[in-house]
Design a protein around this ligand. Sequence first.
Ligand SMILES: Cc1cc2nc3c(=O)[nH]c(=O)nc-3n(C[C@H](O)[C@H](O)[C@H](O)COP(=O)(O)OP(=O)(O)OC[C@H]3O[C@@H](n4cnc5c(N)ncnc54)[C@H](O)[C@@H]3O)c2cc1C
Length: 319
Amino acid sequence: MLRKAWQSGMIAMARSPRIKTFMQNSRATSFLSEKYVSGKSVQDGVRRAQALMAEQGVRSSLFYMGEYVDTLDRVEENVENKLNVARALSETALDIHVSVDPTQIGHHVDPALVEERALKIAAEIGRGAEISAGQVHCLMFDMEDASLNDPTIRIHNLVQDRGYPTALTLQAYLRRTEADLRAQILRGSKVRLVKGAFAANADIAFQSRAEIKDNSRKLISMMLSPQAKEAGFYPIIATHDTNLHEFAIARARENGWQPGDYEFEMLLGVREDVARALAERGERIRLYVPFGHDWWPHAVRRIGENPANAVLLARSLVS
Ligand SMILES: Cc1cc2nc3c(=O)[nH]c(=O)nc-3n(C[C@H](O)[C@H](O)[C@H](O)COP(=O)(O)OP(=O)(O)OC[C@H]3O[C@@H](n4cnc5c(N)ncnc54)[C@H](O)[C@@H]3O)c2cc1C
């Protein structure tokens, strides 16, 4: 109950333009952006990805921040930055995912052009993958609130059907995800499973943390089943929940999956000790590495994921 109220409060803070402007311009909050964000420019993001690989053998998903934008200027800025990341990939021999949210590339401004923009970014990523000799860069679709499930899956499937490297995020808090996942397993897709950073009514969503965790286990079992392996499916288990890590590793070993046939993904600045420990055990790890100017909504959502992070927020407000 307390956790839910805390998280809702932080989501409201993430969406308030006035709080965002204040926080992003306050020097006292800069340690928050340093904790959760790699820097402002594409070069900052790529440099962090290179350091993570060189120092820890950890892969990255690069994310130019700025979701739910409602002006054409911001859409164009987002698309240009996604393209800049894709271009930078051709100069690196890394395996990088480029994360995108449909609302970043115009879902709320001109939805008819979202597919075109996604295809353009995917084509550039595909070119980067060819140039850097068989690396497995791909366009990863993040999943936003429930009103965007169908459009996001449709765009992912279109990009995949055109032969570009792509992946899709699905959320365990939604009841529909079991059916969506079954369809993606048959397509031999890459799917990133998360619990979900949103809430929805009981008719479409599981409500309690226990139910969401049970559904996560069920979905992980599907992702690491012999049928999924046979279909060429690639599982990405994105969680900081160590019980789910161990559950996934046990299912993988039972069904003949080796590290690298699947991977774990976590967020920059969150439980990085857990990520390092998994990497040391030989598991394939990826970190979600955001960059850009619009860092407050991302940082405050991370604070909202754990009430113990209240101390971080308090520190930023009193300094
Ligand atoms: C790579 C990645 C991509 C994501 N993409 C999406 C997306 O596209 N759409 C979407 O809806 N959601 C996305 N999420 C967010 C996700 O849905 C969850 O809200 C978030 O990951 C927290 O859930 P958890 O699985 O880590 O489990 P939890 O049960 O929340 O946490 C497990 C453990 O980790 C700790 N922990 C979790 N978060 C934090 C934190 N910020 N600070 C300190 N400790 C923490 C908890 O306290 C607990 O001990 C993504 C998450 C990751 C890791």
